[in-house]
Design a protein. Structure first.
Length: 110
């Protein structure tokens, strides 16, 4: 997959996400809702808005219960996601080098 294909995939998926339980690796986990997507889905499905919003919240709340019922699961998922991310950019050294690119490019453009 190219970067453009990945971007296109993320753009498509971002319009379909209604809510997410954020594991928040650096902070406090929380429930996130995507209001424009919820409104769009309500209209498309022609459902009762109050019932649909309650369903979305309860659905995401079940994820919170899943992640907090098993003490090791949250940390396991965070570590797995970080490992996957580092593997995609070639490890921590490559990620560190890539983070320098904008600063280096900025010096050359002056």
């Amino acid at each position: 997959m190219t970067g453009g294909e990945v971007a296109g995939l993320f753009a498509f998926v971002s319009t379909k996400v209604l809510g997410q339980y954020d594991l928040a690796p650096q902070g406090t986990p929380r429930l996130l809702l995507v209001a424009p997507n919820i409104l769009s889905a309500e209209r498309e499905l022609e459902v009762n808005p109050s019932d649909f919003r309650l369903w979305v919240c309860l659905h995401e709340e079940t994820h919170r219960v899943q992640f907090t019922a098993v003490p090791w699961l949250r940390e396991h998922l965070i570590e797995s996601a970080q490992s996957l991310g580092q593997g995609m950019v070639g490890g921590a050294d490559t990620a560190q080098k890539l983070s320098l690119c904008p600063r280096v490019a900025g010096r050359h453009s002056r």
